[in-house]
Design a protein around this ligand. Structure first.
Ligand code: SF4
Ligand code: SF4
Length: 345
């Protein structure tokens, strides 16, 4: 089974310990953070192994590419310090089992990956996706297994990821356009961290969106709206792609006012935290986040991940914000999808 490539000396000589100093869910000064991280590196117990809420952010905060979150999850599993009650953990493992029932479209050298999320199939349509929509693949066979990191079940990730990669290889694809950040993060961060070969080119859907919007520039009518962006946990695995949100929204006339919980300070949507850290932590985070969106005068809450959208849509709607996926906003800007996102007919 694949093994995490972790260089102890990278942490030992680290001058910042930013992984834990910047953590939004635990408080450490630099010295404590370094000591706790070194305990984890040595395989000793640490309060981090008990209190980490699995937000993924330390993967972004570490300036040295050391993969602290994967190491925390490995150590938890080694010590059986699981994050959620066993029935919840097992439910996730069971409901994402491969069952030989994937949906596979007219795939040639490209596939449009919808992971295991049917809503992504609806999003990957229309003028923007017209050349690749028919190459959609969906199902557990093509699901990135990163969700199991939330439950410290790295063994499931390591067992399933090579099979998922192989399922794409069997399709003969050269490129996989990932509509879910978690998939792109899995192929470009988790896989190399574990030495798992990915013999196709993963393409991030926001790169694809930006390219298509530039090709369709003449059709864009600026939306002239203000929005807050809900950054998903999996975007922390690919922080070099975060800038694309601002570029896309700028291109379609969406203003993103500065707010407290954005960029590096973004708060998790809360639903995974509900299983891992409990109802109070999840509710408090969701409330603080939505209040922050309202205080800067936004009308829309823009989502990237359908799971965040499911967990927060009703809550933001009740507070007067319109929930919308970034792809739907792009469709709206080129004259599609007016009804769905509350625009004028
Ligand atoms: S994980 Fe990164 S930030 Fe944390 S101690 Fe190691 S090198 Fe430093
Ligand atoms: S995953 Fe999040 S909560 Fe856990 S240590 Fe990293 S930054 Fe802190």
């Amino acid at each position: 089974m694949a093994k995490l490539k972790f260089n102890e000396n990278v942490c030992n000589t680290c001058p910042t310990a930013d992984c834990l100093v910047k953590c939004q869910y635990m408080k450490f000064d630099r010295s404590e953070a370094h000591d706790e991280m070194m305990k984890i590196v040595r395989g000793e117990d640490s309060r981090v192994l008990h209190d980490c809420v699995t937000c993924y952010a330390c993967e972004e905060y570490c300036p040295r590419g050391a993969h602290p979150y994967y190491l925390i999850s490995e150590r938890r599993e080694e010590k059986a310090i699981y994050t959620a009650p066993r029935p919840i953990t097992n439910q996730w493992i069971n409901m994402t089992q491969m069952q030989g029932k994937p949906m596979i479209g007219a795939v040639s050298d490209k596939a449009l990956s919808c992971c295991f999320i049917p809503a992504l199939g609806e999003l990957g349509s229309g003028e923007i996706f017209k050349d690749v929509a028919s190459a959609m693949v969906l199902g557990a066979e093509f699901m990135c297994p990163a969700v199991h990191t939330h439950f410290a079940r790295m063994s499931v990730v390591k067992e399933r990821l090579p099979k998922v990669v192989n399922n794409f290889v069997k399709l003969g694809v050269k490129e996989v356009i990932c509509l879910h950040d978690e998939c792109y993060g899995t192929y470009t961060s988790i896989a190399p961290a574990y030495g798992i070969d990915v013999p196709f080119k993963p393409v991030y859907y926001m790169d694809f969106l930006l390219k298509r919007l530039n090709e369709l520039k003449n059709q864009i009518k600026p939306l002239n709206i203000k929005a807050a962006y809900q950054r998903p946990c999996s975007n922390r695995l690919i922080p070099n792609k975060h800038h694309l949100v601002k570029e896309i929204l700028h291109l379609i006339g969406v203003e993103l006012p500065d707010r407290k919980y954005q960029d590096g300070n973004a708060l998790c949507c809360g639903e995974m935290l509900r299983a891992v850290a409990g109802y109070k932590v999840a509710n408090d985070i969701q409330q603080s986040n939505i209040q922050d969106m309202l205080e800067v005068g936004t009308d829309y809450c823009v989502f990237n991940c359908p799971a965040c959208q499911t967990s927060l849509s009703e809550k933001v709607s009740k507070r007067g914000l319109k929930p919308v996926h970034i792809i739907d906003l792009c469709k709206m800007a080129i004259g599609e999808n007016k009804k769905e996102v509350g625009g004028d007919e």
